[in-house]
Design a protein around this ligand. Structure first.
Ligand code: HAM
Length: 419
């Protein structure tokens, strides 16, 4: 019979890759915790309307990439394509905003987008998502970016590129939109079909187009930066000033519009040449109207999401083996020794010590081979004779030295070795 394989674009994460993932998660918990972030866990499934309203009806995500279905014909539901909308839904539903003026939340988990699978792009992928709700002070933007860079640095990824831009606000965006529409209006014939449509629905999205011809036209288009109002300009300058205080290197990228509609003012991406076409590891920005657009009060926000798979692929393999082998392998010979080994093995495990043994009754040689393969630090050799003498041989696998130990003292000896 043929085996059943995973769905295209859905990937298993298996050991030792999971060790690397845990290392990344633990680093995130530590770093984010010091910056005042607390964890939130939200469902994978939401009402479709949340993403239509949050991300924008005319974005690629909502138009083409969502896993949407009718739940037994009753209600349209969607597997979350991102976390921001869900975090804000929960923030409003639990009136977290009433209890505090600044809320810092993060969440780690799977997201779903029906994109064409390729290296670095999956249909189920994971994000580390962080959001700050409440303040619109530019120091908040800088603090969030600083935390992100510090986190990447802690993972040994200091050489990534940070690109920042400002997308202006509701006051300055209409003038830019007009300028874009009139610039592109004169070149409609040259644009791809999608962009011709976008021109009428959401002209900013033309900046996202991956078609070469459209990219070339856009490279000559007016720049949003030339249209932003004085308030937005001051805000952006302060963000940059704060980043410079911490000597965070960045590059201005006036062409970056991000693929979701909710952004205002500061936006940013972390990219790298090492990922080929899928070069964005992190995307984020300010969204000062999203909370209101989702039915809440006028509360500004800013956040980012790190692509977990892309991040993990940048961490060198030699760092992968963050977990060590078991402390002890118990090689038992004969039935009585096997019984004693079974007791000992599981008693030590319950004390939090990683111990392995073999139930197959193999030869001493093959049991020792297994201890070696598992990279055990010690092996305990327990035979019938040893049981009778209430003793065992404890072998240091790295130094190939061994000593006889009394079985009554064994738990204490092993516990000492585990310290
Ligand atoms: P995004 O740019 O759509 O932003 O996604 C963030 C990151 O998720 C990307 O930079 C990439 O690393 C990863 N990613 C996206 N799609 C895929 C995929 N198909 N396969 C693998 N990785 C992928 C957001 O999602 C916003 N919610 C970020 C945000 C939070 N903005 C404010 N707060």
């Amino acid at each position: 019979m043929e085996i059943i394989t995973a769905v295209r674009g859905f990937k298993d994460i298996i050991p030792p890759e999971t060790d690397k993932w845990r290392h990344i998660e633990e680093t995130a918990y530590r770093v984010f915790g010091a910056f005042g972030f607390r964890e939130i866990r939200v469902p994978l499934l939401e009402k479709t309307e949340l993403f239509c309203r949050g991300i924008g009806e005319t974005t690629d995500i909502v138009e083409k990439e969502m896993y949407t279905f009718f739940d037994r014909g009753e209600e349209s539901l969607t597997l979350r394509p991102e976390a921001t909308a869900s975090v804000i839904r929960a923030y409003l539903e639990h009136t977290i905003h009433a209890a505090e003026t600044v809320t810092r939340l993060f969440t780690i988990g799977p997201m779903f987008r029906r994109e064409r699978p390729q290296k670095g792009r999956y249909r189920q992928f994971h994000q580390i998502d962080a959001e700050i709700l409440g303040p619109d002070d530019p120091r908040t933007d800088a603090e969030l970016i600083l935390m992100l860079i510090h986190f990447l640095d802690k993972l040994g990824l200091a050489k990534l590129n940070l690109e920042i831009n400002s997308l202006g606000c509701a006051k300055c965006r209409p003038a830019f939109r007009e300028a874009i529409v009139s610039f592109l209006g004169g070149r409609v014939e040259e644009l791809c079909g999608d962009c011709q449509r976008r021109l009428g629905t959401n002209p900013l999205r033309v900046f996202d187009c991956k078609v070469d011809k459209c990219g070339e036209i856009i490279s000559r288009a007016p720049r949003l930066m030339d249209f932003i109002c004085q308030d937005c300009r001051d805000h952006f300058e302060k963000v940059q000033g704060c980043l410079s205080l911490f000597e965070v290197p960045y590059r201005l990228n006036a062409k970056m519009v991000r693929g979701l509609d909710y952004y205002t003012r500061t936006t940013f991406e972390v990219t790298t040449e090492f990922l080929g076409a899928q070069n964005a590891v992190v995307g984020g920005g300010r969204y000062d109207h999203l909370v209101r657009d989702l039915g809440g009060p006028d509360i500004p926000g800013i956040g980012f999401a790190i692509g977990f798979e892309r991040l993990a692929s940048l961490i060198p393999d030699r760092d992968q083996d963050v977990s060590r082998g078991p402390l002890l392998f118990i090689a038992a010979l004969g039935e009585k020794a096997g019984e004693r080994a079974f007791m000992l093995c599981n008693r030590l495990r319950m004390k939090g010590i990683h111990v392995e043994m073999d139930y197959a009754g193999r030869s001493l040689k093959s049991q020792m081979k297994r201890a070696d393969r598992l990279k055990c630090a010690y092996a305990l050799i327990l035979g019938e004779r040893e049981i009778e003498e209430n003793s065992a041989l404890l072998r240091n696998m790295h130094e190939s030295a061994q000593e006889e130990v009394c079985l009554d003292d064994l738990e204490e000896i092993i516990k000492k070795l585990a310290r």
